[in-house]
Design a protein around this ligand. Structure first.
Ligand SMILES: [Ca+2]
Ligand SMILES: [Ca+2]
Length: 267
């Protein structure tokens, strides 16, 4: 027996080809009328936004708060230290279609904002603290680059301008210690306010000129769009949804014959 799985956007047809004849054993679709509670999820709220944040600056400490305005999600905070860099991903799933505003804030960083129009898909964005090597961020480039979290908001007002430079230089001149009021000026998070912070300010201040710091948004099919419906004459082992997402394997038994299937392979 030969089994084929045909997978398309949101709809999956399962067929068993037996001796050259085709017999459709089921149509798997996000709109199928299954009695399984899991397959009856609200198909109008399948949008998903995945935000990845990583470090492209050598900082002792940095915390970022990621919020999706327009959604019911609470903001989440990401912590980085000199020893803990890497990439952190925050996902917002089951989003109804509509317009959302991604907002990322961090001590000493310009407030990052990007509008995302959600329409039944998965939207993936990468953000980096600082610019990455190997990408062109100029306005007339192709725009295929991560978004940039700009360092340099020394006075904690959410923007980077000449006032930050004056504020920082005054603090350095005074030999100020870091406290709750001026902590934004400790841009590199090392517990001191000095010339190193001024260097980081310059990175962010100059970084904005003629640059596009917004992330390219990668669109793909939402994993929540893939819902499985099992016909009565088919027994299933494993989770079909996991298999369709490429995360697992399901076993089908039709008329007593077992057929293992693993997406995207055909058997
Ligand atoms: Ca500022
Ligand atoms: Ca510092």
């Amino acid at each position: 027996m030969v089994s084929n799985f045909f997978i398309s956007a949101g709809t999956v047809d399962a067929e068993i080809l037996n001796n050259g004849e085709s017999e459709t054993i089921g149509v798997i679709t996000s709109e199928s009328e299954s009695t399984d509670a899991e397959t009856n999820a609200d198909v109008s709220a399948i949008g998903r936004i995945d935000v990845s944040v990583s470090m492209a600056l050598f900082l002792d400490k940095a915390d970022f708060t990621v919020a999706l305005l327009g959604s019911d999600y609470e903001p989440e905070t990401i912590h980085f230290t000199a020893d803990k860099t890497g990439t952190e991903t925050i996902s917002f799933s089951q989003l109804p279609d509509g317009d959302y505003l991604l907002q990322v804030t961090g001590n000493g960083f310009k407030t990052y904002e990007q509008e995302i129009h959600v329409e039944n898909k998965r939207y993936a964005l990468q953000l980096t603290a600082g610019f990455c090597e190997g990408y062109s961020y100029y306005q007339d480039s192709d725009g295929l680059h991560p978004g940039v979290l700009l360092i340099g908001d020394a006075d904690g007002q959410g923007t980077i301008d000449a006032a930050d430079k004056d504020y920082l230089i005054n603090l350095i001149h005074e030999g100020a210690q870091v406290n709750e009021e001026n902590k934004s000026a400790d841009l590199n998070g090392d517990g001191e306010i000095n010339i190193e912070d001024l260097m980081f300010f310059v990175k962010g201040y100059l970084g904005e000129v003629d640059k596009n710091t917004k992330a390219y948004i990668e669109k793909s099919i939402s994993p929540d769009a893939v819902k499985a419906y099992t016909p009565k004459n088919v027994m299933v082992g494993g989770k079909i949804e996991d298999m369709l997402k490429g995360e697992g394997e399901a076993t089908f038994m039709v008329d007593g014959e077992v057929t293992p299937l693993k997406c995207p392979d055909t058997v």
